[in-house]
Design a protein around this ligand. Structure first.
Ligand code: CP
Ligand code: NVA
Length: 303
């Protein structure tokens, strides 16, 4: 049994399979062809933080595969009343086939997985957001082909998305140019990297974007860090992806944002709503990529 708790849980070869499978699943979806490989399987979705995309993509995706879902939040379950995560894992995994969790510390999802009889998927933690980067790289491949050897500029917080991009770079052979305000840097050990070979740090976000094939950013304040909002607004003021940064990137550079976005903060409206932006494809591709992921975790490779 395999879990998907961070990007490096799969090999480059497994990603090649998943991207090809997501592409097939997407084609069938667009052609209104049924693709029901998970009939009678049940996915439990546990949300300890808010969500739009993750919930809709997993829920719609699982129904399309012929399965069903159970939706739990902290507030409407015993998780909010201090039932141990280990006990919750034992119970939930006896009644369902697959579990997706969005929570705070990575250690919490690890404790759940250690006590689960079924595969567990990380739907975002403070440290990682592997399903998003899975969809983002699938989106890059659709638009531009292989990401190997390319340069991705990360402009903003050294957060869960940044850590996941760094793991992906190490695994899939591309480079990340990281620019964060001081005090919000990425941390190699938190990101779970083998070395610093696949990323370069820039104090100036414009320099990080020079020649990049993909420019990406995220909110200044992630869920769970709202108390730091004011300090972050001041610290991040120069980390707004604008037309000057996009002009410094490669001429055919793409812009990505996992969403939700704050126009005028981490990205200028002209960039996110402009011709280089593929944010709506990224959002849609969450569903196709996660259908491939759920199928893989439950059934392995299919012809
Ligand atoms: N990008 C993403 O995970 O969005 P949600 O918070 O809406 O799920
Ligand atoms: N870094 C953001 C991503 C939201 C999808 C957060 O954790 O809130």
């Amino acid at each position: 049994m395999q879990h998907y708790l961070q990007f490096k849980d799969f090999s480059a070869d497994e990603y090649a399979y998943l991207f090809a499978r997501a592409s097939l699943i997407k084609k069938k979806f667009k052609a209104y062809e049924k693709h029901r490989t998970l009939v009678d399987r049940t996915l439990a979705m546990i949300f300890e933080k808010a969500s739009t995309r993750t919930r809709v993509s997993f829920e719609a995706g699982m129904y399309q595969l012929g399965g069903s879902v159970v939706h739990l939040t902290t507030g409407d379950s015993q998780l909010g009343r201090a039932e141990p995560i280990e006990d919750s894992a034992k119970v939930i995994s006896r009644m369902t086939d697959l579990v997706m969790i969005r929570t705070f510390e990575q250690t919490k999802i690890e404790r759940f997985a250690a006590n689960s009889r079924v595969p567990v998927i990380n739907g975002l933690t403070n440290e990682f957001h592997p399903c998003q980067v899975l969809a983002d790289i699938f989106t890059y491949i659709e638009h531009r082909g292989s990401i190997a050897g390319k340069t991705v500029a990360w402009v903003g917080d050294g957060n869960n998305m940044a850590n996941t991009w760094l793991q992906a770079a190490e695994l899939l052979g591309f480079t990340v140019h990281v620019s964060t305000p001081s005090g919000y840097e990425v941390n190699q050990s938190v990101a779970g990297l083998r070395s610093s070979d696949s990323y370069r740090v820039f104090t100036d976000p414009l320099q990080a974007c020079q020649g990049a094939h993909l420019v990406t950013t995220d909110v200044w304040t992630s869920m769970g860090y709202e108390a730091e909002n004011e300090a972050r607004r001041a610290a991040f003021a120069s980390w707004c992806v604008d037309r000057t940064m996009m002009a410094a990137a490669a001429p055919d550079a793409l812009f990505m944002h996992c969403l939700p976005a704050h126009r005028g903060e981490e990205v200028e409206a002209e960039v996110i709503d402009g011709p280089q932006s593929v944010v709506w494809d990224e959002a849609e591709n969450r569903m196709h990529a996660q259908k491939a992921l759920m199928e893989y975790l439950l059934l392995g490779r299919l012809a």
